[in-house]
Design a protein around this ligand. Structure first.
Ligand code: PLZ
Length: 453
C-alpha cells in the first residue's frame, strides 16, 4: 500500500477566537448577496484543505471529521485528482456527452460496472448530484415496470428536488412549506434497532414493511423500493441484520425494482466499496454521488442492463451529466481508493473510533448521554439521549448534540450532526486522515461529550 503524502501540515491549530477578521468580513459581504436559506454550520471561510485538515482565511487549521458531508473520501486535494483535473481542463472542459462523447464517461461506466455489487450485465448513466441520480433511478424503474408507486422509508433522505423532497422523510428543514410534492410516494417503517418498541428481528421488521406495502399500495402497483442501506441524514441508522435481504428477495419475487441509495454510504466509506456488500445484497439499481467524484460534482446510476436499456434513446441525460473534468477526477479518486486501500482504511478508522467511544460510554455508564454508538467503517454515529434515559425512554438530546458540535468546533474540530431528532453526532472523516490527527480529533470529541454529560 502506497504511503499517503500530504501537502499541508496535518496539525490542528486555533490562533484565537474565531471567526477571525477575514472570515468575519466575508460573512458580512455574504449577508448582502447570498440567500438566507443557505446555511453554513461553520462560520469560517476556507483557504486550503488537504488530508484531514481544512485551513481558513485567518490561518486557523481545523481537523475535518465531516468530509464536506462524505464527499472528500480521498481528501480535498488528492494529488491524483489534482493532476487528472489539470490535465483534462487543459484539453476540454465540456462538450456534452449527448452531443460529442468522450472516453472518460465510458471509462467511469466501466469502473462502476466492476465496482458495484453483482456480476450481471450492467449499464450506467452519469449526472451531477445525488438528487438527480435518485430522480433518474425512479424514472428508469417506472418506465421499465410500467408502474407508478415508489416506496420510501421512515428517516430517509434522498435530496432537495421536488421528487426527492417527496422521498425524504424529515419536514424541517427539507420540506416545510416547499410543497406540493410529487405523488405516488409511500412511506413505510424502517428497521431502527435502537428505537424499536420491542426487539424485532430484521426479517420481521421487513415483513412489517412488506405487509404495509401489500395492504396499502398493492405489490403490483409498486415500481420501486428505494432505501439507503445505511441511512445518512436520518441518523446513520443501520437496519437489523436480515432486513435488507428480506426486502430484496420480496422485491425480486414481485417484479419490483430494488434501488439502493448509496450516495452517502458508497465508495469505501463503510469499509466496503458499497454498504450493500455487508449483507451481500445485489440492488437492481444503485445510486451514487459524493465520494465518486473526488470532490467534483458527479453522480451516477448503475443497474441491470435490461432495466436501463428499456429507456428510449434520449430519455436520459442532461447538459452537464458526466462532465469530462468530473469524470477525470472520478477515475483519479477511484485510483487513489485502490492504491491506498481506502476500504481497509475505513475498517481501521472504525476500530480506532469504536475503542475510544465504547470506553467513554462505559465510563459515563447508564446515567450518561450516549444512547447508542453505531455505524460501519468511517460512517459512525453517536446517538445522544437525555441523561439516564438510554435504556428506558431514550429521550432524544438534540441540545447535547448541538453543544458537543459547538465545543468541538471551538477547539478546532469540524463535526456534523444528523438524525430525525437532531440528536446524532456523526463521524465522516476523509479516509486519508492519519492516525495522529484522528486521535487528536477524538480527544477533543471525548472531552466535549464528557463536558455535555
Ligand atoms: N441521497 C443518501 O445523503 C445528500 C445532503 C445535505 P445531493 N446528503 C447530504 C443537505 O442538507 O443538502 C444525499 C444523501 C443520500 C441523496 C442525497 C442528495 O445528494 O448531491 O445533495 O443532491
Amino acid at each position: 500500500m502506497a504511503e499517503i503524502a500530504y501537502r499541508l501540515e496535518q496539525k490542528r491549530r486555533i490562533l484565537g477566537a474565531f471567526p477571525g477578521p477575514k472570515s468575519a468580513a466575508l460573512n458580512e459581504r455574504r449577508k448582502s448577496v447570498v440567500a438566507g436559506g443557505v446555511a453554513s454550520s461553520v462560520p469560517v471561510y476556507v483557504a486550503d484543505a488537504d488530508g484531514g485538515i481544512i485551513t481558513d482565511v485567518d490561518g486557523n487549521s481545523f481537523i475535518d471529521l465531516g468530509s464536506g458531508i462524505a464527499v472528500t473520501t480521498v481528501g480535498a486535494s488528492d494529488a491524483n485528482v489534482v493532476e487528472a483535473v489539470q490535465e483534462q481542463v487543459a484539453h476540454f472542459t465540456h462538450t456534452c456527452f449527448m452531443v460529442t462523447p468522450y472516453e472518460g464517461y465510458v471509462e467511469v461506466a466501466e469502473e462502476l460496472a466492476k465496482l458495484t455489487p453483482g456480476d450481471h450485465e450492467k449499464r450506467s448513466v452519469l449526472f451531477n448530484s445525488g438528487a438527480e441520480a435518485v430522480e433518474n433511478a425512479i424514472k428508469v424503474a417506472r418506465l421499465a415496470t410500467g408502474r407508478d408507486a415508489v416506496v420510501a422509508f421512515d428517516h430517509a433522505y434522498h435530496g432537495r428536488t421536488n421528487l426527492t423532497m417527496a422521498l425524504t422523510a424529515k419536514a424541517m428543514p427539507y420540506k416545510t412549506n416547499f410543497g406540493p410534492f410529487a405523488p405516488e410516494i409511500y412511506r413505510v417503517p424502517m428497521s431502527y434497532p435502537y428505537r424499536e418498541e420491542a426487539e424485532i428481528k430484521g426479517e420481521d421488521a421487513a415483513r412489517r414493511a412488506i405487509t404495509m406495502i401489500e395492504k396499502q399500495i398493492g405489490a403490483e402497483s409498486v415500481a420501486a423500493i428505494l432505501i439507503e442501506p445505511i441511512q445518512g441524514e436520518g441518523g446513520f441508522i443501520v437496519p437489523a441484520e436480515g432486513f435488507l435481504p428480506t426486502l430484496v428477495a420480496w422485491a425480486k419475487e414481485k417484479g419490483i425494482v430494488f434501488i439502493a441509495d448509496e450516495v452517502q454510504s458508497g465508495f469505501c466509506r463503510t469499509g466496503a466499496w458499497f454498504a450493500s456488500e455487508h449483507e451481500g445484497i445485489v440492488p437492481d439499481i444503485i445510486t451514487m454521488a459524493k465520494g465518486i467524484g473526488g470532490g467534483l460534482p458527479l453522480s451516477a446510476i448503475t443497474g441491470r442492463a435490461d432495466l436501463l436499456d428499456a429507456v428510449h434513446p434520449g430519455g436520459l441525460g442532461g447538459t452537464y451529466g458526466g462532465n469530462p473534468v468530473a469524470c477525470a477526477a472520478s477515475l483519479a479518486a477511484i485510483k487513489t481508493m485502490k492504491d491506498h486501500n481506502l476500504v481497509g482504511r475505513a475498517q481501521h478508522i472504525e476500530k480506532v473510533v469504536t475503542e475510544r467511544v465504547t470506553a467513554l460510554a462505559g465510563e459515563l455508564g447508564a446515567a450518561g448521554i450516549i444512547g447508542e454508538f453505531r455505524g460501519r467503517g468511517a460512517m459512525l454515529a453517536i446517538e445522544l439521549v437525555k441523561p439516564g434515559t438510554g435504556n428506558t425512554t431514550k429521550e432524544p438530546n438534540a441540545e447535547a448534540a448541538k453543544a458537543i458540535a459547538a465545543a468541538c468546533l471551538a477547539a478546532g474540530v469540524v463535526i456534523l450532526t444528523c438524525g430525525t431528532y437532531g440528536n446524532v453526532i456523526r463521524l465522516l472523516p476523509p479516509l486519508v486522515i492519519g492516525d495522529d490527527l484522528l486521535n487528536d480529533g477524538l480527544d477533543v470529541l471525548v472531552d466535549a461529550i464528557r463536558a455535555a454529560a
